[in-house]
Design a protein around this ligand. Structure first.
Ligand SMILES: [Fe+2]
Length: 179
């Protein structure tokens, strides 16, 4: 698979993971170790904008450089990790618009540019996004599981708990001296 198709597929997968969520689910941070899904969506996009696209396309919103940086010291000041759940703005819609803006720029760039240095950063950015997909799944699990109403993640999944054998049974074997 060429890098452009891989880029599209992995970027779409992140949004697919979030697709069963309601708007409110995107924003909360029940404990410091959990990042809100909205933040993951923005941060993975920030990576491509910061390390690749900003040399070729105008930055979508300079404020996003601050709120979606994680620990990249060279890229300046950033919001405290514990404050990620306080971001009622930008809205989820704006973050999806940000993703669309950066995706369009990146796809155009990948169609036209074969610079190995850029391609290797894109590959790294995709690995980074896949790492955040794993985090998204565990964070969504915590967010929904921490809600006293236990909302269902994917209502179409038809998940059923496996039958548990709650009765002990004897195992029969021939009598004799056992070693
Ligand atoms: Fe990250």
């Amino acid at each position: 698979m060429n890098l452009l198709n891989k880029f599209r597929e992995i970027r779409q997968q992140t949004e697919y993971i979030c697709s069963p969520l309601k708007i409110e689910d995107y924003v909360v941070q029940p404990i410091v170790d959990v990042s809100p899904p909205k933040w993951h969506l923005g941060h993975t996009t920030w990576f491509f904008e910061t390390f690749v696209l900003k040399k070729f396309k105008e930055i979508f919103n300079p404020d996003f450089q601050y709120i979606f940086n994680s620990y990249y010291e060279t890229e300046g000041e950033r919001i405290l990790r514990t404050d990620r759940g306080n971001l009622s703005r930008p809205t989820v819609t704006e973050v999806y618009e940000y993703r669309k803006y950066v995706n369009e720029g990146m796809e155009l760039l990948l169609e036209e540019n074969n610079d190995p240095e850029i391609l290797s950063i894109v590959e790294l950015g995709l690995n980074h996004e896949q790492q955040h997909q794993e985090l998204l799944l565990t964070d969504i699990k915590y967010i929904l599981g921490n809600n006293p109403l236990f909302p269902v993640y994917d209502i179409n999944a038809n998940f059923e708990y496996p039958d548990e054998n709650t009765y002990g049974n004897f195992i029969h074997f021939a009598e004799g001296i056992m070693k």
